[in-house]
Design a binder for this molecule. Structure first.
Ligand code: FE2
Ligand code: FE2
Length: 188
């Protein structure tokens, strides 16, 4: 197994433990991580970024949430520490390891990104929402208890917010797709 396969296997194992033992039984792989992974690789291709660094960053970016370490607000900090231990365990090359860890530490906003690989992971974290629209409706109806008559505005606001959180570069790349999605979902 190469390093990406090893890390993917580890992350999937941790996700199945989370799914079994947590209150919400959230399926991190099928609802979030796999979409971040796929979208980050599309961006890596578009931006000529290092695909290995981006893959590992995408797979590990929310590991602190999956492993339930610390508070959500600190999950980029705790995630960096956990990922360091994992990559050390797999004897991953020091210089590459640092680049992956920066992707995790800076994944909360593309404004924090200092490298193209970090930008791929942070933007893919947002694009994952557009790739999983059913989750957005689930959030609206269940978690946020939005009424049917308000759901359109809520969905519109959250799609708009996500789009605005993208880097300027990815906004441009994603613009047509964003307009298509809004058109289908909201009839805008
Ligand atoms: Fe995150
Ligand atoms: Fe995430």
């Amino acid at each position: 197994m190469n390093i990406i396969e090893k890390v993917e296997k580890y992350v999937k194992e941790q996700i199945s433990i989370y799914k079994k033992n947590s209150e919400d039984h959230y399926d991190f792989w099928n609802e979030h991580i796999k979409y971040v992974y796929v979208e980050s690789l599309k961006l890596a291709e578009e931006y000529n970024a290092d695909k290995e660094i981006v893959s590992l960053g995408a797979l590990l970016h929310d590991i602190a949430l999956i492993n339930k370490v610390g508070e959500r607000k600190d999950h980029h900090i705790n995630g960096e520490k956990i990922a360091q231990d994992i990559l050390n365990k797999f004897n991953y090359e020091e210089s590459k390891k640092e680049r992956v860890l920066r992707c995790i530490y800076n994944h909360r906003s593309s404004k924090n990104a200092t490298t193209i690989e970090e930008l791929c992971v942070s933007d893919a974290d947002i694009l994952a929402h557009f790739a999983n629209i059913p989750m957005l409706f689930n959030l609206a109806y269940n978690k946020n208890n939005i009424n049917l008559n308000e759901v359109r505005d809520w969905i519109r606001a959250s799609l708009e917010k996500d789009y605005n959180d993208l880097s300027d570069r990815t906004k441009e790349v994603f613009k047509n797709r964003y307009e298509q999605i809004c058109n289908v979902i909201l009839n805008d």
